[in-house]
Design a protein around this ligand. Structure first.
Ligand code: ASP
Ligand code: CP
Length: 333
């Protein structure tokens, strides 16, 4: 069901900007819970709008497309990029934010308030809610209770759909295409929600996928089976050296310490990988190293000056993608 959106006066005319994508987005009033909601057409629409957002920001910095709209940002887990980029996105589009991002311990969650009641409260003040929560499926629960759209900013080790959108957008920006690429995912493939979302999105493209992880952090079986059912060969290894020469995209991730109930198991694998300048010497001249961030040792700081290190450009793309998504969800197509 489409949730209601409101129409307010527009003071900045996006229609005067050249349009790269003209199809209707179908996202107005929708929750954004999973990458499964995005087919190639919808991705092209969001990427086209993200380009427009970049142009707008580079030309004038901000506009009033979302003037009068309020976003509630509710984060039960730590965040720098996702929370800050949603806030910046709303700022740049002239909207306002209720930020519950500095720790829910300062909200009534600390008094024992449930997720449904918290959501039913925030929807009284806002037009859209962005939620990060440690439980898989929590965004769906929130969406079931909310009368306004809910955007999943990470539900435990489940999904992180807006990250996957910005990851895919970055690949396209950096390499000019997605079809035909060899993508290697490195790190905690079991718990990394960004890996889960990006892998599913990439299944819509003609890419070959390689998975590099310690034995205990292999891609979840359900995703493996999905790859196999879709006719993909699942290629796994424990060693980055096996994939780096051929990779067009090296997508590196952090071992997700917060998902380990036994910290000694985390200690065993936490230093499994480090991308170093020496390793980068084996990589193609035209490839990209990406990381959803934060990094805690998986990429040596000396790699940052390598032009192939795309992770901070990736961060910036997050703001444009989230601007595009907010505009789409709030009916400003
Ligand atoms: N920031 C990403 C996430 O929240 C990746 C990470 O934390 O390692 O999933
Ligand atoms: N990539 C990402 O989600 O970063 P944060 O955890 O800092 O939001």
């Amino acid at each position: 069901m489409t949730k209601p959106t409101k129409t307010l006066p527009r003071l900045f005319d996006f229609d005067k900007m050249p349009r790269r994508a003209t199809i209707s987005n179908g996202l107005t009033g929708q929750d954004i819970l999973s990458v499964k909601q995005f087919d190639r057409e919808r991705l092209a629409y969001i990427f086209g709008r993200a380009h427009e957002m970049r142009e707008m920001v580079e030309r004038v910095g901000a506009c009033d497309l979302l003037y009068g709209h309020v976003l509630a940002c509710l984060f039960y887990e730590p965040s720098t990029r996702t929370s800050a980029s949603f806030i910046a996105a709303m700022d740049r589009l002239g909207g306002r934010v209720i930020p519950i991002t500095q720790g829910v311990q300062f909200s009534s969650v600390a008094k024992g308030e449930s997720l449904p009641d918290t959501i039913r409260t925030l929807e009284q003040y806002s037009d859209v809610i962005v939620l990060r929560h440690p439980d898989i499926g929590s965004a769906q629960v929130a969406a079931d209770y909310a009368g306004v759209p809910v955007i999943n900013a990470g539900d435990g080790s489940g999904e992180h759909p807006t990250q996957a959108l910005l990851d895919l957008f970055t690949i396209q920006q950096e390499l000019g295409q997605i079809d035909g690429l060899k993508v290697a995912m490195v790190g905690d493939l079991l718990n990394g929600r960004t890996v889960h979302s990006l892998t599913q999105l990439l299944l819509q493209y003609d890419v070959s996928l390689r998975f590099v992880s310690p034995e205990s952090l292999r891609l979840p079986m359900v995703l493996m089976n999905e790859l196999i059912d879709r006719g993909r060969k699942v290629r796994e290894t424990h060693d980055v050296a096996d994939v780096i020469e051929n990779a067009d995209v090296l997508y590196v991730t952090r071992v997700q310490k917060e998902r380990f109930s036994d910290l000694s198991k985390y200690e065993e694998v936490k230093d499994a990988f480090e991308i170093t300048p020496e390793l980068m010497r084996q990589a193609k001249a035209k490839m990209v190293v990406m990381h959803p961030l934060p990094r805690v040792g998986e990429i040596h700081y000396a790699v940052d000056s390598d032009p192939r290190a795309a992770y901070f450009r990736q961060v910036k793309n997050g703001m444009y993608i989230r601007m595009a998504l907010l505009a789409a969800v709030l009916g400003k197509a």
